[in-house]
Design a protein around this ligand. Structure first.
Ligand code: CAA
Length: 696
């Protein structure tokens, strides 16, 4: 392999090129190369200035994350950047693509920065549970002010080149050929005898008062609950205004290393790679053919169907929206328009974009208009007879090769596929509500689904901004199957003596956005009730026994929509309030069933609600419903708001210790004999070998 960094010359200007695909990450070879090329350029009397530029698609997008956690190899990135800053010749960074993290920090070690108009610049380390550890927290505030630096470092969002120019982060924005632009810029600097600009020698401009930092911390406290990095980022920026540069750098290093060894950062880095890994389906690769998806249809304009259609319109893909009745179609379209208008009111899209997106959604009442679409997603009522009618129609009208997908959340995709004469073209695309917001897409492969259909749907997931995870067929697939076990355990804990608010608080404190009961109030208590009632009719032997939640529904307490469910709600407020009426129903249920309530500790709640999910996750892996632990983890993070800083249910299980979990699962199984607590074989094996889901 050629050197990842090389030095060439254009007259009296040296050009240091970084060529280390895919993103020019600043791994050991790149750091060494940057150092040696700089030294060579400094020693070359024919050179007056140096430009640093990235080959391929980007300026370095950061430190090499894969090196974190391994023994550090010199030179460190801060050392390299210091050498650039201290060099005797003018150094200019020429930026394109995404100059992120350590990449932007290299650019901040240069005297001047030129960016291509399409470039983006940022310090996103916070998303990996880290802070910019190569001088970024000390240099950025000196260039753009503390307030703006806080926004960029704590928010972690990159800024576009034009905005970077306004902020003073870049000195020139060019279009066309970046190197030509950077050479012209550098020649002008040389002609003007422009001074060196070492950021370390600058003062932080603008507001630097202590209250700036305390107010900023307060403003993020709720949203960043449980995360460590955002708060350390604030401390580091504060050090930039309060300490001399070298002491500030020391403070930054100290805070950085604390974060680097924290479980939160390990979890967040795990999620970064897991999110990318889920797209790589075992058994398929880049050579697997894909079908061309230009147009899509969605069957059903209800909440789910409308949300699904919006995803395609947002991505610029025309979508036909089919309903059987005109008023349902009108209602669905009106809701979509209102959603877009609300987004426009928040300034996230323009009024023109609202119209563009609405124009991509073509309403129809007739299946006959679906003959030319490349993909259809069915989002109708969860009932096998209804699905049968829809898929029979689709089989009749759709062109050969069209992909026929179902958004079912529980029904058997193989049975649905069998309603058509083309089961190889059928698969599940299970969106999560609200479908235009939640990033998870469980893509369900049927027994007969063709590889190119899977590859196409996985690719399309990314095109529409989703994180697609491939799963197999079973009741509830991965996410809901695990969720149902946890919900049942939460109810059982209340049966035995816990209060709903105690259960909810334990899971909220673990980092979930809400507890199991607040969640069922949000989703509507009647949803689960209807499923249970169906089961009681169809399969009474295997149906769940009646419990106090059934009584709540029968008393008209359906959740937030009736302002009364497991909790009470005040008009226009989603805060759950414990209800004496519900307490009375629970007490009556216990009395009627001869249960003497006992004290239940928070630890017991945590163990039973979480371990039951871990055990089910292990069964799901064992059965091949999910291919890898990371698939399960990504589903929980993007579908249910499992805290990113805990890395997913199975990553969390490894941190607790699989052996500890197995012992408890087995103990409960011995006590209850309940099937859900029967330890999964995989859990048993891992515990015996003292391994975790992720240990090799
Ligand atoms: N280190 C190692 N590998 C990286 C990487 C990094 N910093 N950034 C991206 N990659 C890898 C990805 O894992 C992926 O690998 P595979 O193809 O094997 O899956 C590949 O590069 C392409 O990445 P994406 O699929 O994400 O490509 P994209 O074009 O959609 O996005 C990107 C490109 C915007 C750069 C995105 O990858 C990204 O956001 N990367 C992370 C940027 C970041 O967080 N930088 C800070 C690093 S920490 C740091 O720098 C600490 C410090 O202060 C010293």
């Amino acid at each position: 392999m050629s050197d990842p960094v090389s030095l060439s010359r254009d007259g009296d200007i040296g050009i240091i090129r970084i060529d280390y695909p895919p993103v020019n990450a600043l791994g050991h070879g790149v750091r060494t190369g940057l150092q040696s090329c700089l030294r060579e350029a400094m020693a070359d009397d024919s050179l007056q200035a140096v430009i640093v530029i990235g080959e391929g698609k980007t300026f370095p997008a950061g430190a090499d994350i894969r090196e974190f956690g391994k023994p550090p190899q010199p030179p460190s990135l801060p050392e390299v950047i210091n050498e650039y800053e201290a060099s005797d010749k003018l150094v200019v960074a020429a930026i394109h693509g995404t100059a992120l993290g350590g990449g932007l920090e290299v650019a901040l070690g240069c005297d001047y920065r030129v960016a291509l108009d399409s470039a983006r610049l940022g310090l996103p380390e916070v998303n990996l549970g880290l802070l910019p550890g190569a001088g970024g927290t000390q240099r950025l505030p000196r260039l753009v002010g503390a307030r703006q630096a806080l926004d960029m470092i704590v928010g972690g969002k990159p800024v576009k080149a034009a905005q970077a120019r306004e902020l003073g982060l870049v000195d020139d924005v060019v279009s066309g050929d970046l190197l030509d632009g950077a050479l012209a810029f550098t020649r002008r600097l040389l002609a003007d005898r422009a001074p060196r600009r070492r950021i370390r020698e600058m003062d932080v401009p603008g507001d630097t008062g202590a209250e700036l930092f305390s107010e900023f911390e307060q403003s993020i406290a709720r949203k960043q609950r449980g995360f460590k990095a955002p708060f350390s980022c604030i401390k580091a920026v504060q050090a930039a205004v309060e300490l001399p540069f070298d002491q500030g750098i020391e403070r930054e290093r100290e805070l950085f290393f604390k974060l680097l060894i924290s479980p939160e950062s390990a979890a967040q880095r795990h999620v970064f790679f897991a999110e990318r890994e889920v797209a790589k389906v075992p058994g398929l690769d880049k050579t697997t053919p894909k079908r061309d998806i230009q147009t899509v249809a969605v069957i059903g304009a209800g909440t789910m169907g409308g949300g699904i259609a919006m995803n395609f319109a947002n991505a610029g893909i025309p979508v036909k929206l089919l309903e059987v009745k005109q008023d349902a179609l009108d209602k669905g379209l009106a809701i979509i328009r209102r959603n877009y208008q609300n987004t426009a009111k928040k300034g996230r899209i323009s009024a023109e974009q609202v119209e563009q997106r609405m124009a991509l959604i073509q309403p129809t009442l007739s299946y006959d208009e679906l003959g030319d679409v490349d993909l259809v997603i069915e989002a109708v009522f969860e009932n096998m007879d209804v699905k049968k009618a829809v898929f029979t129609e689709l089989d009749r009208v759709c062109k050969p090769g069209a992909i026929l997908a179902t958004n079912t959340s529980t029904l058997d995709v193989n049975r649905i596929a069998a309603f058509t004469g083309r089961p190889q073209d059928v698969m599940g695309m299970h969106f999560f509500s609200p479908a235009n917001v939640m990033r998870l897409l469980e893509n369900v492969r049927g027994d007969k689904t063709a590889d190119d259909v899977i590859a196409t749907v996985m690719d399309l997931s990314r095109r529409i901004g989703k994180v697609g995870v491939l799963v197999g067929v079973c009741h509830g697939f991965v996410g809901n199957r695990m969720l149902h076990k946890r919900q049942a355990e939460a109810v059982q804990l209340v049966n035995e003596g816990a209060s709903p608010q105690q259960v909810d608080k334990v899971l909220f404190d673990l980092g979930f956005p809400m507890g199991p009961f607040a969640m069922s109030d949000l989703a509507g208590m009647d949803v689960g009730y209807r499923i249970r009632e169906e089961l009681r009719k169809d399969d009474p032997d295997n149906a769940p026994p009646r419990n106090w939640t059934d009584e709540l529904v029968e008393a008209g307490r359906l959740g937030q929509k009736t302002r009364a469910g497991v909790f009470d709600y005040q008009e226009g407020d989603r805060t759950p309030i414990p209800s004496p009426d519900v307490d009375a129903i629970i007490e009556k249920y216990r009395r009627d069933n001869g249960i003497t309530p006992r004290h239940i500790s928070d630890q017991e709640i945590l163990e039973r609600c979480m371990y039951v999910m871990v055990n089910e996750g292990a069964k799901i892996l064992e059965e091949g419903i999910a291919a890898r632990p990371l698939d399960v983890d990504v589903i929980w993070i993007y579908g249910y708001g499992f805290p990113v800083y805990r890395g997913g249910v199975l990553f969390w299980a490894d941190q607790v210790g699989v052996k500890t979990i197995f012992d408890k699962v087995n103990e409960i199984y011995q006590q209850t004999g309940s099937d859900v607590w029967k330890p999964a074989q995989l859990l048993t094996d891992l515990a015996e070998q003292n391994k975790g889901f992720y240990s090799k």
